[in-house]
Design a protein around this ligand. Structure first.
Ligand SMILES: [Mg+2]
Length: 196
């Protein structure tokens, strides 16, 4: 049986809608963090002064990356399709609000709600997904989350949404184990058009 069409969609930003050259290794190196480990988790216990310095470094990288961003494959088609069907779109990102807003301005997208690291617990916590569902007026079970990383899958699943992993190459067995299984894996956002 085909599940009903989702009533709302929550997208990750970087690597999902925006093809942005956000260089996490360079950010970690400049802040002085351990390589390979997620940045925000490493900053959880630093002093306010260290946090402010790290935030300034992150924002400089994030602003530069979004200024040069293009759209991922199928992004314009899918967002146009959702807009035509009046399906509200939420953005859930570990990035900051001004970056989401400049992306929306640059490509003339309208997002019904945005949740960033300034708004509360970040992915993989489900808080952002739940807050966005509320704002979008859809229950988690009626909402699709779409992202390109394990935190996106985990946050969506913990909130009770259907989850989509956007990824060009198939998941490896090790990733399936570590990331859990998303409900769908797509290599282009265009593959989601028939869901709506
Ligand atoms: Mg991403």
């Amino acid at each position: 049986m085909t599940p009903p069409a989702p009533r709302a969609v929550i997208f990750d930003l970087d690597g999902t809608l925006a093809e942005s050259a956000l260089d996490f290794d360079a950010i970690r190196a400049e802040i002085g963090l351990a390589p390979g480990l997620p940045i925000l988790e490493q900053l959880a216990d630093v002093t306010p002064v260290e946090r402010a310095r790290a935030e300034a470094i992150m924002r400089r990288h994030e602003r530069t990356a979004i200024a040069g961003a293009t759209l991922t494959d199928g992004c314009a088609d899918l967002l146009g399709h959702l807009a035509a069907r009046e399906i509200p779109i939420g953005i859930l990102t570990r990035n900051v609000r001004e970056v989401v807003e400049s992306f929306a301005r640059a490509f003339a997208f309208r997002f019904a709600a945005i949740y960033t690291r300034e708004d509360g617990p970040h992915k993989p916590a489900p808080d952002g997904v739940l807050a966005l569902c509320e704002k979008l007026g859809a229950r988690p079970a009626e909402t699709l989350t779409v992202g390109d990383y394990k935190f996106d899958i985990e946050a969506g699943r913990r909130a009770g949404c259907r989850t989509v992993l956007f990824r060009r190459q198939p998941m490896t067995a090790a990733e399936r184990l570590e990331w859990g299984s998303p409900d769908l894996v797509v290599a282009s956002l265009r593959e989601l058009l028939p869901l709506f």
